[in-house]
Design a protein around this ligand. Structure first.
Ligand SMILES: Cc1cc2nc3c(=O)[nH]c(=O)nc-3n(C[C@H](O)[C@H](O)[C@H](O)COP(=O)(O)OP(=O)(O)OC[C@H]3O[C@@H](n4cnc5c(N)ncnc54)[C@H](O)[C@@H]3O)c2cc1C
Length: 259
């Protein structure tokens, strides 16, 4: 079974993210990066399937050269190889341009299953997987907090507000997994050493067969108009309990229509 994991490499959780006021983009250059925890869950799920069914797990990621360390983490966990989409022309790519680049790289080889995170842990738009499925013409099944593959059928438990739905799709398909689906493994020394010998295929916009205005700033249909901090929270009311505290809380809850 040939599984593709789309995993984003994001600024490390120890980094205070800064926004460039001129471009209104996150400053990613020169910043420590790591494999997105959402991507680590996707890699873990793919590895469990590969261990059961055989085959390959390929990480496909788009980002600057600073992200190699995160790619190595996925390889050290056990992914077979990686594709790194990296080109200055990709700067300023919005979600659709990201999906186009990922789809062009994935479409170069046959695959059985694509596993994505539900949303990335730095931009949180949750849009890329749906766009990717559309571009590749495969069914998207989303919010999986459990998944199995039997023969040619993918079955997931789709997390919902009231419990879960069971959803099936024929392969090839794309699935998005929630962060609670598993506990990603830590890379072991043997895996870290093996990762050094694994292939990371670098692909440019030209290698992908995309036009310059498909991606990057020129291809972006979304524009970031303004970036600001959320309004400061107002100080709350302190209720001193003079015997009427319970009533005042109940009145307040009724006022905001919680009761
Ligand atoms: C106008 C504009 C300009 C931007 N310019 C830049 C820029 O210059 N550089 C930059 O890095 N970002 C840039 N971004 C942000 C970039 O577009 C988003 O990071 C990208 O669209 C993915 O969105 P997301 O992280 O919210 O993905 P989501 O849709 O939340 O991600 C869900 C899942 O999709 C997959 N996925 C998403 N992104 C990737 C990826 N890159 N590689 C592999 N898998 C992925 C993963 O499985 C992930 O868990 C820009 C955004 C806008 C709107």
């Amino acid at each position: 079974m040939d599984i593709v994991v789309c995993g984003k490499i994001i600024p490390a959780s120890t980094v205070t993210v800064e926004i460039d006021p001129a471009t209104r983009r996150m400053i990613r250059k020169g910043v420590a990066h790591e494999l997105d925890p959402a991507a680590a869950s996707a890699v873990e799920e793919a590895l469990r399937l590969m261990e059961k069914e055989g085959g390959t797990v390929t990480l496909v990621t788009m980002g600057f050269n600073e992200i190699t360390i995160g790619i190595r983490t996925a390889l050290a966990m056990g992914a077979t190889s990686a594709v790194h989409i990296f080109d200055d022309a990709l700067a300023g790519s919005d979600a659709l341009a990201t999906a186009k680049a990922l789809a062009a790289a994935i479409g170069k080889k046959p695959f059985d299953l694509i596993i994505c995170g539900t949303e990335s842990s730095d931009s949180y738009s949750g849009i890329v997987p749906g766009q990717l499925a559309r571009l590749l013409g495969v069914p998207p099944v989303t919010f999986a907090n459990e998944m199995t593959v039997e023969g040619n059928t993918l079955t997931i438990k789709r997390q919902s507000e009231s419990g879960y739905d069971v959803v099936e799709a024929e392969l090839p398909a794309l699935v998005t997994v929630t962060s609670g689906i598993n506990e990603p493994r830590y890379p072991q020394l043997k895996g870290i050493m093996a990762a050094k010998r694994k292939e990371i295929l670098q692909m440019s916009v030209e290698d992908l067969g995309l036009a310059a205005d498909d991606v990057g700033e020129q291809g972006a249909r979304e524009k970031v108009l303004e970036i600001g901090r959320p309004p400061k929270r107002e100080a709350g009311d302190v209720v001193e309990d003079d015997g009427e505290g319970g009533k005042r809380i109940a009145d307040f809850l009724a006022e905001v229509k919680v009761l």
